[in-house]
Design a protein around this ligand. Structure first.
Ligand SMILES: Nc1ncnc2c1ncn2[C@@H]1O[C@H](COP(=O)(O)OP(=O)(O)OP(=O)(O)O)[C@@H](O)[C@H]1O
Ligand SMILES: Nc1nc2c(ncn2[C@@H]2O[C@H](COP(=O)(O)O)[C@@H](O)[C@H]2O)c(=O)[nH]1
Length: 210
């Protein structure tokens, strides 16, 4: 019997390039994929739902979670704290399920340091700086000040693209989703992820695997 270890599919990008939009569409199409819901100290945006988009917590609670080693990775991004709760991810991976992450480059580096073999990392680029700013503005969920702060950090975020295995230029969202699905489907077939493969092949070779 061949089974498979779950993988961690990470999407990173400068703010506004499209990670959240792409993630939602991926989850609609991929039954075996679940979203890692982060904790954050950032204020909730209009329309965001507690427990679906984030677990919104206060800085004291965040610090407690970090101290208790309940976060798989954590980072300060744009002045707020964000982190990945460890329990849900470890449970899903152990059950052979894949987990989708929308996290920044700092978090990706931490996951890579601890579990590089289970990580599939994708960096999403916007088609242009002008389009990135247009997307942040038309999302209409952040103040002028926040948009300016995120645009000021975009070049720095983009400088981390060489740390990622795959690059997707998010011009057309449907096409971007299909590209990431293709990455996911190919990565699922990687020999290294298959558990029980040597025994299965040995059975084929010696004829005992009927
Ligand atoms: N390919 C695309 N073409 C046009 N608009 C897009 C495209 N992808 C995403 N958008 C729009 O851009 C805006 C920002 O997208 P989204 O919130 O998904 O970005 P994000 O990378 O998750 O941002 P953040 O890092 O701030 O969470 C949204 O209004 C979304 O509808
Ligand atoms: N290292 C982590 N980064 C995270 C996590 N959750 C989200 N993020 C990143 O933060 C910025 C801003 O997100 P926003 O929702 O405030 O627009 C973005 O780059 C996210 O990818 C996390 O758990 N860890």
């Amino acid at each position: 019997m061949i089974t498979r270890r779950g993988l961690m599919l990470v999407l990173s990008s400068p703010s506004g390039a499209g990670k959240t939009s792409i993630s939602r569409k991926l989850l609609e199409r991929e039954d075996e994929l679940s979203m890692s819901v982060s904790v954050t100290t950032r204020p909730r945006r209009p329309g965001e739902v507690q427990g679906r988009d984030y677990l919104f917590i206060d800085p004291t609670e965040f610090q407690l979670m970090a101290n208790r080693n309940e976060l798989l990775e954590h980072a300060k991004v744009f002045g707020n704290y964000y982190g990945t709760p460890r329990g849900a991810v470890e449970e899903a991976l152990a059950a052979g399920k894949d987990v989708l992450f929308d996290i920044d480059w700092q978090g990706t580096q931490q996951l890579a340091a601890n579990a590089r073999q289970d990580l599939v990392s994708v960096f999403i680029l916007p088609p242009s700086t002008r389009e990135l700013e247009r997307r942040l503005r038309t999302r209409a969920q952040d103040s002028e000040e926040v948009v300016a702060q995120r645009m000021a950090k975009a070049a720095d975020e983009i400088s981390h693209y060489p740390e990622y295995q795959y690059i997707v230029l998010n011009d057309d969202i449907a096409a971007s989703v299909e590209k990431i699905r293709a990455i996911l489907h190919a990565e699922r077939l990687k020999r290294e992820r298959l558990v029980g493969l040597p025994d299965f092949v040995r059975g084929l070779q010696d004829g005992s695997g009927d």
